[in-house]
Design a protein around this ligand. Sequence first.
Ligand code: URP
Ligand code: ZN
Ligand code: ZN
Ligand code: ZN
Length: 467
Amino acid sequence: MTTLLVKGGKVIGPAGAIDADVLVDGERIVALSLPGSITTADTIVDATGKYVIPGGVDAHTHMELPFGGTFASDTFETGTRAAAWGGTTTIVDFAVQRTGERVQDGLAAWHAKADGECHVDYAFHQILGGVDEDALKAMDQLVAEEGITSFKLFMAYPGVFYSDDGQILRAMQRARENGAMIMMHAENGPAIDVLVAQALARGETDPIHHGITRPAALEAEATSRAIYLAEVARDTPLYIVHLSASGALARVAEARDNGRNVFAETCPQYLYLTLEDQLGAPGFEGAKWVCSTPLRSKHESHGRDLWRGLRTNDLSVVSTDHCPFCFKDQKELGVGDFSKIPNGIGGVEHRVDLLYQGVVDGQLSLERWVETIATTPARMFGLYPRKGVIAPGSDADIVVYDPNGRTRISVETHHMNMDHSAFEGYEIAGKVETVISRGTVLLEDGVYRGRKGHGQYLRRGLSSYLV
Ligand code: URP
Ligand code: ZN
Ligand code: ZN
Ligand code: ZN
């Protein structure tokens, strides 16, 4: 086995920051030692003056997702390469069962897309697009045999991914039995469809109407309904994805204060971008920021409340919901009709940096930064302690982060397969310097040395985050 030593850095974990050297043997971390106490290794990475953090775990990505007559523009190859550049060494993507399709066939298609293509390790959640007797049986099989222990359901997108309340309840009851986590896209789709049709009939076709027709109240309502349905299903664990609005956060906080197994993630776009400034950009420009749940108004308190939720753990995880579409030819499908713009923002490369900005701004502690981007997603989705922590026995997924470096986000420099950036021009105080995945250095001194096929499929266990 070859050894690697990350020396001189400050190792950040949920329990605090410590000065330690990290010794890696082969693919695993074997020791944290007193600074300077180990002097030889096959490879030495100097982390003096830097933070040493576990590789990021992005629990919500959509490589090559079919949506709105096209496909998300990152393949598993390009998307996981961009993730590596940004300090994320594990992604959990969503395998899709389309309505009318067998769950197992949807999963097999996802494995076929990812197999041999990934630069970093990957796992899958399963989207259920048609909850019926077969799909319920498939849930048991995926949990028992495939390492898939979480299922995403949609209260939005009628006719595409939508499940009605009866289907949702049945899937929740099944999850209560087999131990899986239910992930919910919580927006009232049928009500949104009415608002969309009314807006289009009035000639309101610009991208901003995507946000206006998906009001925060319909996210809060669906979040509340999902929480009640989970209660009826004997408190089955529930995880609200891409939470964007204060009202939805209040429902989650209330459930958590009552001791419920209710969790939520938010995404960088909801922390930094707004309905007015991005989605409301002149002409068709705003299409770049069409995603669901939508960006929220800066005249309300959403962004501030989300930062607070990250501090109080009412928001446990930050994921990207990485679902990129190029402006040219893809977003442009919705010229003259916002409802035809494929939904999604790409950001898998920028999550670690954008959340570090929360540390710089005094919104998050260093420990909380690492918890929300790595440790908690690993625990939430059955990857801990293999992923999400720097500890003996864990995979050697390590990022050396330079607090004195700077990162400028731009389409000119990013590695995602997108012809624009949702965060164009953002200046980050901080920089991903070295990225190590299972003991292999992928990125060092600005030179990328990773390769497709290095990333392995991860069979997940049950969540270890429940109360
Ligand atoms: O706009 C989004 N979020 N696109 C991806 C699909 C989803 O709902 O997560
Ligand atoms: Zn969603
Ligand atoms: Zn609380
Ligand atoms: Zn998503």
